[in-house]
Design a protein around this ligand. Structure first.
Ligand code: PRX
Length: 659
């Protein structure tokens, strides 16, 4: 918390928005930004009500904007009714955009498939009719475990059309993770694929589904719909499993959207927290749709002929907000990419921008950092080898973007013409919170700049006092906003405790440590809890530790993050073994075995980069693990601190070898 702004900011220039953008921007210049902020401050209900009327088609108009009676269980537009899928698709058929390309899908092998809004609408209707024919209805839960495809987006939209609540599980998660989410959310339907194809490899998806459903409680799932992506060679349970293409056959191209109350849950998305199992973050239909659509318009300055590419997977919130929903409601033509940025080589992103004339490109700092590295060792994959002149806006999300990466992105990808829009937000916030606006905000590399109009943030100390410019503290959001998390699925107490703890005086606690500088610019310093950010993915330290101690050789484990140039943080696991400490090859074999174990228990992204063995963990006399010391060791440094409070200082020596 004591880091000063000076120490994180190595690039001190301010970058003004290009005049060309300012001239035509939806929010043009800082005066326009301030006018919106003033409108929201003076009468928040009128501001949000105006946006909700202008941006959403309502089946039944709302009469109340915000209801705080049961705070922090806020409700928005509660007596209004709408259908999210209708707002993402049908509206475009009626406003002359039926034949506009909605999605450009590029497969791992480079094959391209396109659908118009009319075609996508028909596809969504057929799938929705199919799901309906199986007996599913509003309020039922469906788990979606699919690769990036037109089909996954159509499936999510089909659920929304019926009021079926979806919970997407990232295809990189293991069957155990899938199982716990299916059980927690009470899913009676699973939608998956035979395989996913990434980086030239076929990775099974249906197999892990079968494994998950064979576990205790898995029998709540009555049907499994399978999209055939790669040959369909999978095990089959005839009374339960059915192919997506067979389900769609003979279904009508029209399916009336089911109007739902604005507060009806649109989806539940699990995310790692500081303690215990992942939390099911519950989002509401009306508020989520509103703020994802409006932020698409403002933050990406959406224009009718834009080609928008958000590189996220729909397994994460970014893909929900800025692929499936907000950006589709905004009517953008979007790229959907199945593969990985480094296949067949690390020029893939730039080649695709060139090929599809992408105008707005939104990715994560970890991808940028890895592509910087790759282009330093192979000039053929450097962005300058490609024609990137179609780009007008660049975005960043998921973790702080270090100023060096910012400037490289701005210079080499954006040709010094495209502002870098560093968007801070979270699964829980549903949509952007603190971010520049491309035609308004002067940029400082490494800062996510200013809160959006209607959003109020502060940095508070533990006693709920504002810390003042340039000092670190808890980043909080002081007023409710429409796309905020509504609940932790099935656990309202946890919702209150985690996000609205009494010591924050009613503000939403983000879990991030931040500073606000003298210009009101926000600098994110990382998490205040043990949540790790690996390649922009949020992983709970305790979640990985629980998986580790379930291994039969492990007595106790502590996981810490070590700063990493490419992935942001790398996982280092300190393991207290049962029995004798292995050495040499034996230790290496055990480390491999533990990594395989974590891959199957949690997923490959949670694999520790380094494993260190000891016959205990460094503990205080009261039995608390000294994580601070573990971080020092993980960073490869000598422990020079006073270790006199340690019960067992001798164990530190054992951790000197990393496997
Ligand atoms: O620590 C912040 C970091 O990612 C966390 C949210 O992760 P998740 O819920 O998985 O959502 C990621 C996509 C929105 C935050 O608590 N984070 C996200 N965006 C930024 C960021 N840190 C710094 N700068 C950002 N732009």
């Amino acid at each position: 918390m004591s880091t000063t702004i000076d120490s994180i900011l190595v690039e001190k220039r301010t970058f003004q928005p290009p005049q060309q953008l300012v001239d035509h921007a939806r929010v043009s210049g800082m005066d326009a930004y301030r006018a919106l902020c003033d409108e929201a401050d003076q009468d928040p209900d009128a501001f949000w009500g105006r946006l909700a009327n202008e941006n959403i088609r309502w089946h039944k108009p709302f009469t109340k904007v915000l209801n705080s009676d049961n705070a922090p269980f806020y409700t928005w537009f509660e007596d209004g009714e709408l259908n999210v899928s209708e707002n993402c698709l049908d509206v475009h058929l009626e406003n002359g955009n039926a034949d506009k390309t909605a999605l450009i899908f590029e497969a791992d092998d480079g094959t391209v498939d396109k659908v118009t809004f009319r075609e996508l609408h028909a596809r969504v209707c057929r799938i929705a009719n199919g799901i309906k024919s199986l007996g599913y209805k509003k309020g039922d839960r469906a788990v979606i475990y699919m690769p990036m495809s037109i089909e996954v987006i159509a499936t999510m939209q089909a659920c929304a059309r019926l009021g079926v609540i979806h919970s997407v599980v990232f295809g990189g998660f293991s069957f155990r993770n899938l199982h716990s989410r299916i059980v927690d959310v009470g899913a009676s339907l699973v939608i998956t694929a035979d395989y996913q194809v990434r980086g030239g490899r076929k990775i099974p998806l249906k197999d892990p589904v079968d494994q998950a459903l064979a576990e205790e409680g898995g029998d709540i799932v009555k049907k499994v719909i399978v999209y055939e992506r790669a040959g369909g060679d999978v095990a089959w349970t005839p009374e339960r499993d059915l192919w997506l293409h067979e389900l769609e056959q003979g279904q009508a191209d029209q399916c009336d959207p089911v109007p739902v109350e604005a507060e009806h849950p649109l989806f539940i998305l699990y995310t790692s927290g500081s303690t215990g199992k992942p939390k099911g973050v519950q989002h509401a239909s009306g508020g989520f749709l509103l703020w994802t659509k409006v932020t698409t318009d403002w933050v990406f300055d959406a224009k009718p002929d834009d080609v928008f590419w958000c590189t996220a997977d729909v397994g994460w919130v970014t893909g929900h907000s800025y692929i499936t929903y907000g950006s589709m409601a905004a009517g953008l033509t979007q790229i959907v990419f199945e593969g990985v940025p480094t296949y067949p080589d690390a020029g893939r992103f730039w080649q695709m921008v060139d090929r599809h004339n992408v105008t707005v490109f939104y990715t994560a700092p970890t991808a940028i950092r890895s592509l910087i590295k790759a282009s330093e060792s192979d000039s053929n994959v450097h962005p300058k080898q490609y024609d990137l002149s179609s780009l007008r806006i660049l975005g960043s999300v998921g973790e702080p973007i270090n100023p060096e990466a910012w400037v490289w992105y701005y210079t080499n990808v954006g040709g010094e013409r495209c502002p870098v829009i560093d968007t801070w937000w979270q699964t829980e916030t549903g949509a952007h919170i603190v971010t520049p606006l491309p035609g308004a905000t002067p940029l400082k590399p490494g800062s996510c700049t200013l809160p959006l109009p209607g959003i109020n943030v502060a940095v508070l100390d533990e006693a709920c006092k504002e810390v003042g410019a340039g000092r670190g503290g808890n980043l909080v959001i002081t007023r409710p906003w429409p796309s905020m998390i509504r609940n932790v699925w099935g656990d309202p107490e946890r919702f209150k405790k985690t996000y609205f703890p009494p010591e924050m005086g009613g503000a939403y606690l983000s879990g991030d440590n931040a500073q606000i500088d003298e210009d009101g610019y926000c600098w994110i310093m990382g998490r205040t809890d043990d949540v790790l950010s690996v390649s922009g993915h949020r992983l709970g330290g305790t979640e990985i530790e629980s998986a580790l101690v379930a291994h039969d050789r492990i007595a106790e484990a502590a996981v810490v993050g070590r700063p990493d140039d490419t992935t942001g943080e790398a996982i280092v696991a300190f393991i207290m073994l049962k029995g004798a400490l292995p050495q040499g090859d034996e230790a290496r074999d055990l480390a491999k075995n533990i990594r395989d174990w974590i891959t199957s228990e949690v997923g490959p992204i949670a694999k520790p980069r380094e494993i260190r063995f000891g016959n205990n963990l460094p503990k205080t006399r009261s039995g608390k693990i000294m994580r601070r010391l573990l971080r020092v060791i993980a960073e490869g440094n000598e422990v020079t601190q006073d270790v006199s409070t340690l019960e067992n200082p001798d164990v530190l020596e054992q951790f000197s070898n990393a496997y």
